[in-house]
Design a protein around this ligand. Structure first.
Ligand SMILES: Nc1nc2c(ncn2[C@@H]2O[C@H](COP(=O)(O)OP(=O)(O)OP(=O)(O)O)[C@@H](O)[C@H]2O)c(=O)[nH]1
Ligand SMILES: [Mg+2]
Length: 313
């Protein structure tokens, strides 16, 4: 039995469930999730180690979660789309994820354009089928068939698989088909590694997730988080993080009356960070205004942890 491996890019419109799928397949929370579109801003590796079973080969699937495909209108948006293109370059398979509970629209067209251009083999995953079930079992299948037909006419997918990333349905068959498609190859990452993200970046993301969940309108989009201090001691990790927003009004919302909002964000984030790092955490949050940071190519580049590592090297 041979060992199959390769890089597999998860591609789709914002909010389709890409990050939920990554987490569900790896079985760990590697990417933040929110009901708001454009939650993910950079590519995230999730490494799936598949043990060898009777009559079945084992392997390693290196999944790459990506920002939602959109037409960018800022430096941040352009950077997000660069991340998408970099994730697609060199991958052996693309998992195109569509939201089966909504109609196709121009953002889905744009996703297909990218897949066609890349010429990489692709699967179509019709996600969120749990939402169709509420409309009756017979109807849910009936609902999917026209969508499948529509997609079939637009592109030749190797497989079309209905899934629910949230309920972990259809994932066994998906994984089986992914492994069968990947070529025999090496183990790219050691068996104990499940992501390439540094802990401090995951901490920044956990804080950003709380902001996405707690705030509305422009605030979550105008916000980013940078870790300024990260010190691991015996039984206690000290973390200081700066939350950047673009305007004084946004800062007022993030801080809240008497600091209530910041406290809520901090407490919820701290509990998750403690579970991740395995120590108690002392978390300090500061809100700073950086007018128009999303338009600043330099600042957006500074946020990229891969770049930060290059500078340290
Ligand atoms: N009902 C249902 N909801 C889902 C499913 N998968 C994802 N969701 C929800 O859809 C929303 C978006 O999920 P994400 O995983 O953040 O989507 P994404 O494609 O990574 O979004 P961006 O990072 O913004 O591009 C969240 O509220 C998820 O809980 C699913 O299978 N069923
Ligand atoms: Mg995402």
């Amino acid at each position: 039995m041979s060992f199959h491996s390769g890089f597999v890019c998860i591609l789709g419109r914002p909010n389709a469930g890409k990050s939920t799928l990554l987490n569900a397949l790896v079985g760990e929370k590697l990417a933040i999730i929110s009901p708001k579109p454009q939650t993910t801003r950079n590519r995230i590796l999730g490494i799936l180690h598949v043990p060898k079973k009777k009559n079945k080969s084992g392997g390693q699937v290196v999944l790459i979660d990506t920002p939602g495909v959109h037409r960018p209108d800022s430096s941040l948006g352009r950077k997000m789309m660069t991340e998408v293109r970099e994730a697609m370059a060199g991958c052996a398979l693309v998992l195109v994820i569509a939201d089966a509970a909504r109609k196709r629209d121009p953002s889905d067209e744009f996703v297909l354009e990218l897949v066609k251009k890349s010429k990489t083999p692709s699967f179509l995953l019709l996600n969120k089928i749990d939402l169709l079930r509420g409309r009756g079992p017979a109807k849910s299948k009936g609902n999917l068939l026209p969508l499948i037909d529509e997609y079939r006419r637009l592109h030749t997918f190797e497989e079309i698989i209905p899934i629910s990333a949230r309920k972990a349905e259809g994932l066994d068959i998906l994984l089986e088909k992914v492994l069968a498609t990947l070529p025999a190859g090496p183990r790219y990452f050691p068996e104990d590694q499940i992501t390439d993200q540094p802990t401090r970046f995951m901490v920044a993301e956990i804080i950003r997730e709380q902001i996405l969940l707690e705030t509305t309108q422009e605030v979550p989009y105008a916000t980013t988080v940078m870790i300024e201090q990260f010190e691991e001691g015996a039984g206690l990790t000290r973390i200081a993080a700066a939350i950047f927003c673009e305007r004084a009004g946004q800062k007022a919302i993030l801080v809240g009356k008497g600091g209530q909002m910041l406290k809520k964000i901090g407490t919820a984030a701290r509990l998750q960070i403690e579970a991740m790092v395995g120590t108690r955490v002392f978390l300090e949050l500061f809100v700073k205004v950086h007018a128009g940071w999303r338009e600043s190519r330099q600042f957006v580049d500074e946020l990229d942890w891969r770049r930060q590592l290059e500078f340290l090297a």
